[in-house]
Design a binder for this molecule. Structure first.
Ligand code: GTP
Ligand code: SPV
Ligand code: MN
Length: 607
């Protein structure tokens, strides 16, 4: 198929002049061979997928086993988010804060302009208009991504509402975020392409004041699908601060109790710490149902009715493959029946996919994520630990009927969590909103494979937003505190909880069975909301009284249950010292209320 140009009949009739002006300017800089305006149609997706197969980026899986599904093997050096190469280029360095990399915006813009000059030679420039949130929702926001990666285009097609409808909203006057992306691998005339073009030099740059994103050198996930982390969290968190709402790294679920009463919960866990799994949870306890609204990002604001409301701005799931199996997440396994792009998983002999945890035993004849023969004796995982699936949310059997409600769902409770082998109990309820903000601000978690870095290393990851907050994290804490004051004037302030599914015993085994059994913790939360469950006060907050947590039928002895809730005073004291050091990194921008919460915690620990 010859590449289309902007002047081809496929270019949309409707092209907002400011988008055209930006595309024209970028076309001059990037010097692509062709320009393609994406309309988001099925035909367009089909043609892109066929082109990706022809280019060797995608391999079509066996259609009898995995209909209309594809496997991508990335470059081995392009497998996760690159936090070291991620920058917040606010005009004032202090506005990026100590948790972000900062660079002076004019200098960064000049440097990037030179990097991007001619970067698309030999390639097609795709114009990808998209909406975060249902088009027409008062909470939706538009964006336009320019990219030279058709893999990114089809990913954006699944993860967002992509195409002409978004362009229409922009034409009618909606603001939009400009997101520029190149794999940074121009082709000279006649040069053969590689299956996964990328560049050793990588930049993921946000200009928060200009609401602009420039991403160079990677085609992987959060580095390249710019609607997701770069826009819906880094840029949107700044918009949210300025406009009085919240852009969060949260899943959204609807929980229905046996009484038929439904509640909506939002939960923030760091990358690869269980959001998709909780979002798709199949309760192990009879009478309870959990429906999915979102699995990674939530936008929350106070609705016209004064209640806290949330939407999932995304349209698909970019989920972690390893650990996803019939016993842990049967809903995800069902969701992935077809129409799925898998990246960096293993391939079976008969043309299907496999990863650690999909089945107990690996099938014979596997090809690993690098394309090499693999057996269980190979001494390395068959699927990359951060291998992923990209699939439409529509395909999820547990998707809630209300998941696209333009007004959003009413949030009854907020949950914070992390991956902690010790110290942090299975579940704790905050005393009030401000204490809940303190919990969110002090979350620490063991690092996972979702980003480059040392897996297992404990780090503070406040609100699971450490890599995603587009401004000074202390200002973000203050914004959460102020948001609570506004909420208190409205109908109802949601309860706040902290959970930890990952506590380990002395032998290093998980103490809590997790997954579907996490419904037992949700049950206690709902009973707290209903006022039917009591709680015991601890220095950290309220925990279920003995016998209040439903452990019926669980293979969990009293000692293990006690260990799940044990608070070691000495360890907690050293934890508070660590929190104090962490807070101190923010200097005088740190809200006094959180220092007060730390003092209160220390006081309770001494008492
Ligand atoms: P991102 O997409 O990176 O934001 O990750 P996520 O927060 O959605 O994490 P996900 O649900 O994909 O889970 C990540 C890993 O944690 C997977 O390997 C899961 O199998 C594992 N996991 C999830 N929930 C539990 C749990 O309750 N207990 C245990 N032990 N592991 C879990
Ligand atoms: C995460 O790392 O939190 C993800 C995957 O959800 S990525 O899109 O790469 O950010
Ligand atoms: Mn995530």
């Amino acid at each position: 198929m010859p590449p289309r140009t902007a002047a081809s009949p496929a270019a949309p009739a409707l092209r907002p002049s400011d988008v055209v002006a930006w595309v024209d300017e970028m076309t001059l800089l990037l010097q692509p061979d062709a320009v393609h305006w994406c309309d988001g149609s099925t035909r367009e997706r089909h043609e892109l997928l066929q082109g990706l197969v022809a280019a060797g980026t995608l391999e079509q899986l066996n259609p009898d086993l995995r209909p209309y599904s594809f496997l991508a093997r990335s470059d081995e050096r392009d497998v996760a988010r690159v936090e070291e190469r991620t920058f917040i280029c606010s005009r004032d360095e202090a506005d990026a804060g100590p948790t972000n990399n900062w660079a002076e915006p004019t200098a960064m813009r000049a440097e990037l302009t030179e990097l991007f000059r001619g970067a698309m030679r030999g390639r097609t420039l795709y114009v990808v208009p998209f909406s975060m949130g249902p088009v027409g929702s008062p909470m939706a926001k538009m964006g336009v991504q320019i990219t030279d990666s058709p893999y990114v285009v089809v990913s954006m097609g699944t993860m967002t509402r992509m195409g002409s409808a978004a362009l229409g909203a922009i034409e009618r006057g909606a603001d939009w975020v400009a997101a520029l992306h190149s794999v940074g691998a121009p082709l000279s005339p006649g040069q053969k392409d590689v299956p996964w073009p990328c560049n050793e030099t990588k930049y993921i740059v946000q200009f928060p004041e200009e609401r602009e994103i420039w991403s160079y050198g990677s085609a992987y996930g959060g580095n390249a699908i710019l609607a997701k982390k770069a826009f819906a969290l880094r840029i949107a968190s700044v918009q949210a601060r300025d406009e009085g709402w919240l852009a969060e790294h949260m899943l959204l679920i609807k929980v229905t109790a046996p009484t038929g009463k439904a509640y909506h919960l939002a939960a923030a866990f760091p990358s690869a710490c269980g959001k998709t799994n909780l979002a798709m949870l199949t309760p192990s306890i009879p009478g309870w149902t959990v429906e999915t609204i979102g699995d990674d990002i939530a936008w929350l604001r106070i609705g016209a009715d004064g209640r806290l409301r949330a939407i999932n701005p995304e349209a698909g799931f970019f989920g972690v493959a390893p650990g996803t199996g019939p016993a842990t997440n049967p809903t995800a396994v069902e969701t992935l029946w077809g129409n799925t792009i898998f990246t960096n998983v293993a391939r079976t002999e008969d043309g299907d996919v496999w990863w650690e945890g999909l089945s107990k035993h690996a099938p014979a004849g596997l090809t690993d994520w690098r394309g090499e023969q693999w057996t269980p004796d190979s001494g390395r995982p068959a699927a990359h630990p951060n291998s992923r699936f990209t699939v439409s949310a529509q395909q999820c059997p547990s998707i809630a009927g209300t998941w696209e409600d333009p007004e959003g769902v009413v949030i009854d409770a907020i949950i914070f969590g992390g991956r902690r082998a010790s110290n942090v109990p299975l579940v704790v309820e905050a005393r009030d909103w401000d204490h809940g903000v303190f919990m969110g601000a002090t979350i620490a978690s063991e690092q996972t494979a979702a980003a480059e870095g040392t897996v297992g290393e404990l780090r503070r990851d406040p609100f699971a937003m450490l890599p995603f907050c587009g401004y000074n994290m202390a200002d973000y804490f203050a914004h959460w505190l102020a948001f609570g004051r506004t909420l208190r004037r409205s109908a109802r302030v949601p309860r706040v909880f902290q959970v930890n599914w990952f506590r380990k015993d002395a032998e290093g085994s998980f103490l809590w069975p997790g997954f579907g059994e996490n419904a037992r913790v949700l049950q206690w939360m709902v009973e707290r909301l209903e006022g039917s469950a009591s709680a015991a006060e601890t220095p950290l907050g309220s925990v279920p009284r003995p016998g209040e947590l439903n452990v019926d039928g669980l293979d969990l002895d009293d000692a293990a249950l006690a260990e799940l809730f044990a608070v070691d005073a000495e360890a907690m004291r050293s934890e508070t010292d660590d929190i104090e050091r962490f807070f101190a990194t923010f200097g005088d921008r740190m809200p006094a209320e959180l220092d007060r919460q730390l003092a209160l915690l220390r006081h309770r620990l001494e008492a």
